[in-house]
Design a protein around this ligand. Structure first.
Ligand code: BGP
Length: 474
């Protein structure tokens, strides 16, 4: 058998993309609430357009999302029916600390997640929890400017301590920041940062990155102090970079792109900044704003495992003249050998095997695939069925690739959570029609629909995959 006996099969969601209930249970407003659907979304996500609240004429899909807040029992029961061993989900920070800087946490918010975790255990599901998945209370943005401000480290530490203490014995696996490298590409979504006209982007973003890295190391330290059984992981927006050709300049470009993508998790896994990024910092005139015992905290509190999302590989080219294609948040040169999803994300199962090997060779730490999947349009047939063979095909090929990485390459992989086991709001586009789920949710891009849940063909397929521990993929 390729996968270990206790392999963690499951699915992954984020609070802001599925929970809704944005103003219920004492929850405060968060950055993710004020990101609109439609033409202004990308500018807000990138921090280029300011958004502090709800504007007339805009639609904000996170406000209700797919209403997991009220449907969690039904949804977790469906995950249980598929045989999930784990469910990756995230905490809405502003449910726990509505403004972010309160002295005391909001009990109603804490209770909500406690109920969710207990519900998971009832179905034999181990929760795996991301502390922040593109999530920052608006109070911390308006008062402090988001993660550009060092004070966020303390607020995050307090959040982390509150969570680890309250959920001791209920949650064993934690991730500190979702796709930490995304803050460099999507500063408002990733770090609650609006960029001011004329300010030095590198300075602001590398400072914020340092703050998140220090906060992540602190969270790891606190977690291990609260409960030595807790396992803490980092989370990377992964995917390898191919050279466009064997021209040495293209190969060099791909090497640089790959390591630039990895430098944040280098710090989380090894405890210090790698030399190539220190040289880059020198070139752009950035000095790491070390304070107090930052160096020691980073060095002594590295992660227990590496998790990453994988949707596609990317291509690097020395001359900036290639045809581009869409990808997770930012574009890349198009790979002529690959097909793409309806959203232009190129499909590359072998790229997953390569990514697993890249990461295992580099870190020699257990790996966890925390996101993978196909965003596609589904058709509901007259009889209510949804025949999503394209999704099955995508997942089957990716599972085969990870099987090869384990069986033939010896990669230590302990779990796999597909993205969006239940349809949810797309992070990049705000659409509902970009669906990833095994479970269909009746809701459209404008927020119409009954929110009723139904099983797609892939639901039964994934159930069988889990039941056979990945042996039967037909
Ligand atoms: C990752 C995020 C997720 C998720 C996924 C799919 O970057 O961690 O939140 O949304 O990508 O992307 P999209 O929703 O844009 O299709």
């Amino acid at each position: 058998m390729a996968f270990r006996k206790d392999f963690l099969w499951g699915g992954a969601t984020a609070a802001n993309q599925c929970e809704g209930g944005y103003n219920e249970g004492g929850r405060g407003l968060a950055n993710v609430d004020v990101i609109p659907h439609g033409k202004n979304r990308s500018a807000v996500v990138r921090g280029a357009r300011k958004s502090f609240g709800f504007e007339e004429g805009e639609y904000y899909p996170a406000k209700q999302a797919v209403d997991f807040y009220h449907h969690y029992k039904e949804d977790i029961a469906l995950f249980g029916e598929m045989g999930f061993k784990t469910y990756r989900m995230s905490i809405g920070w502003s449910r726990i600390f509505p403004q972010g800087d309160e002295e005391e946490p909001n009990e109603e918010g804490l209770k909500f997640y406690e109920d969710v975790f207990r519900e998971c255990h009832k179905h034999g599901i181990e929760p795996l929890v991301t502390i922040t998945h593109f999530d920052c209370p608006m109070g911390l943005i308006t008062k402090y400017g988001g993660w550009r401000n060092r004070k966020l480290v303390d607020f995050y530490k307090k959040l982390a301590r509150t969570l680890f203490t309250r959920y001791k014995g209920l949650v064993k696996y934690w991730l500190t920041f979702n796709e930490i490298n995304m803050l460099l590409h999507a500063p408002f979504m990733g770090a609650g940062i609006f960029l001011e006209e004329g300010e030095n982007r590198d300075q602001v973003l590398y400072t914020a990155a340092h703050h998140e890295l220090v906060a992540s190391a602190w969270a790891t330290k606190i977690a291990h102090e609260v409960d030595p059984d807790i396992q803490v992981g980092c989370m990377l927006a992964g995917g390898t970079y191919y050279p466009f050709s064997c021209r040495p300049e293209d190969v060099w470009e791909s090497k640089k792109d790959l390591r630039n993508n990895l430098f944040l998790i280098d710090v989380q896994a090894r405890g210090y900044y790698p030399s190539f990024i220190l040289k880059e910092f020198e070139r752009v005139g950035f000095e790491i704003p070390y304070q107090d015992d930052d160096r020691e905290i980073l060095l002594n509190n590295t992660v227990d495992f590496i998790s990453f999302s994988y949707y596609a590989s990317r291509v690097s080219k020395a001359d900036p003249d290639g045809e581009l294609t869409a990808g997770n948040i930012f574009k890349s040169v198009k790979n002529p050998y690959l097909k793409a999803s309806e959203w232009g994300w190129q499909i590359d199962p072998l790229g997953l095997r390569i990514t697993l090997n890249d990461l295992y060779d580099r870190y020699q730490l257990p790996l966890f695939i925390s996101e993978n999947g196909l965003g596609a349009k589904d058709v509901v047939e007259a009889d209510g069925s949804i025949n999503d063979d394209y999704r099955i095909e995508y997942l089957r090929e990716h599972i085969k690739a990870m099987k090869a990485a384990v069986e033939e390459d010896g990669v230590d992989l302990f779990g796999y959570t597909t993205w969006g086991p239940i349809d949810l709001v797309s992070a990049s586009t705000g659409e509902m029609s970009k669906r990833y789920g095994f479970i269909y949710v009746d809701r459209d891009d404008a927020g119409n629909g009954t929110l009723a849940r139904s099983r797609k063909k892939s639901f039964w397929w994934y159930k069988k995959v889990i039941a056979t521990n990945g042996e039967d993929l037909d």
